[in-house]
Design a protein around this ligand. Structure first.
Ligand SMILES: [Fe+2]
Length: 92
């Protein structure tokens, strides 16, 4: 997860049902619960890929951006959107 927000519905529960062994991940700064709590610089490895977590607070205190190991992609959640960013006026 990139962050936790009251107006979001997470797919984590469904993914954990469909994919045995799947573990949830979120920033320790989010205040949310997950199987794994991470922070700036943490690397998540899967197959031939890896995602590096970068702390990008603003939308929420716990927002993380995940950067692919070849740096070709970044998964920003609501921290950065096309032509905008996520609201910053509630829940942190
Ligand atoms: Fe959000």
């Amino acid at each position: 997860n990139t962050h936790c927000h009251a107006d979001h519905i997470t797919g984590t529960g469904l993914l954990k049902q469909l994919l045995p062994g799947c573990r949830s991940v979120i920033s320790r700064d989010s205040g949310a619960s997950a199987d794994v709590l991470i922070g700036e610089g943490h690397t998540l490895r899967f197959g031939a890929f890896a995602l590096e977590a970068r702390s990008t607070p603003g939308h929420t205190d716990g927002c993380l951006t995940y950067v692919l190991n070849d740096q070709s992609m970044a998964f920003t959640g609501d921290a950065l959107l096309i032509r905008g960013c996520g609201r910053t006026d509630f829940q942190q």
